[in-house]
Design a protein around this ligand. Structure first.
Ligand SMILES: C[S@@+](CC[C@H](N)C(=O)[O-])C[C@H]1O[C@@H](n2cnc3c(N)ncnc32)[C@H](O)[C@@H]1O
Length: 263
């Protein structure tokens, strides 16, 4: 595994670098209390993740993105991968290893980094299926006004690629991609699967969309299931906090913008 700290500004924009400190985040008390993760499980999952070839595989694809994608979209935002950082990947992986989901749902795939982390854990569990909903922005394409939400920035996939293109082939057999707006696609998916063990939001970070997704998925989330959200804003957009309050649930923060609650 490549543990180099990467210094080139372009590469730095997309590649992971590992600081020892970031690996300690996983030891946060709240994380193991809320899901009864023991210290030895935390260490085991972290070691499994770091010893897998996944970081090198993702870095290779992100390098390809950096080499081929430049410029800004119509709104003037620099194209970017939108990828979750490595520490979050270790969390996602560890949570999936612990809760052993049968059915998991996420919104927001883009190039597929979070999806890869989740699928890696399902593969190790040797069970479970992940459904992912995504409305991708393709580099160089023009979209009519209102196609995406007004707050969308530059997360995009390269021309001639599909959402989740970086996901290695050996992880795809537990995955189903649904293309379209989560507001349109989520209800029919949940109707089909009936009950879920995990949901994660990382798509349209508007208050309305997040509120919609949390309400929809909580209905079918099993007791003890995990509802997670990225892009939690403590001041600008308090959808997750408001939702947790309404349900009387405490929030476990895994960083400034990633958090979950347990039903
Ligand atoms: C931040 S990116 C997801 C990054 C991904 N989770 C990762 O770690 O690599 C957000 C994705 O959600 C898509 N998106 C935006 N609005 C959406 C909507 N209403 N429904 C579904 N996907 C949406 C974006 O185009 C983009 O592909």
């Amino acid at each position: 595994m490549n543990l180099n700290i990467l210094r080139s500004p372009i590469v730095h924009r997309v590649k992971y670098f590992i600081k020892d400190k970031s690996l300690e985040f996983i030891l946060q008390d709240k994380l193991y209390q809320s899901l009864s993760l023991s210290q030895s499980e935390i260490k085991q999952y972290r070691d499994e993740f770091l010893q897998s070839k996944i970081i090198d595989e993702i870095n290779e694809k992100l390098e390809e993105f950096a080499q081929n994608v430049t410029g800004v979209n119509k709104k003037g935002y620099q194209y970017k991968t939108g990828a979750m950082p490595l520490e979050k990947g270790i969390y996602l992986y560890s949570i999936f290893r612990k809760i052993q989901p049968e059915i998991a749902v996420e919104t927001g795939v883009c190039n597929g980094v979070s999806t890869t982390f989740l699928l890696l854990a399902l593969e190790k569990n040797q069970k479970g299926k992940l459904y992912s909903i995504d409305l991708p922005e393709v580099v160089g394409m023009d979209y009519e006004e209102g196609y995406f939400w007004e707050g969308k920035k530059g997360a995009a996939i390269p021309k001639d690629k599909e959402s989740g293109w970086i996901i290695p082939t050996y992880l795809r057999n537990r995955w189903e991609l649904i293309l379209g707006k989560s507001q349109d696609k989520l209800p029919e998916l949940l109707e089909k699967v009936k009950e879920i063990d995990f949901f994660m939001h990382d798509s349209e970070h508007s208050y309305n969309c997040m509120w919609f997704e949390f309400n929809q998925t909580y209905e079918v989330l099993r007791q003890g299931g995990v509802l997670m959200s990225d892009n939690i804003e403590r001041k600008k957009n308090t959808a997750f906090q408001d939702f947790a309050k309404e349900k009387g649930k405490s929030i476990v923060y895994l960083g400034p913008k990633l958090a979950f609650l347990v039903k």
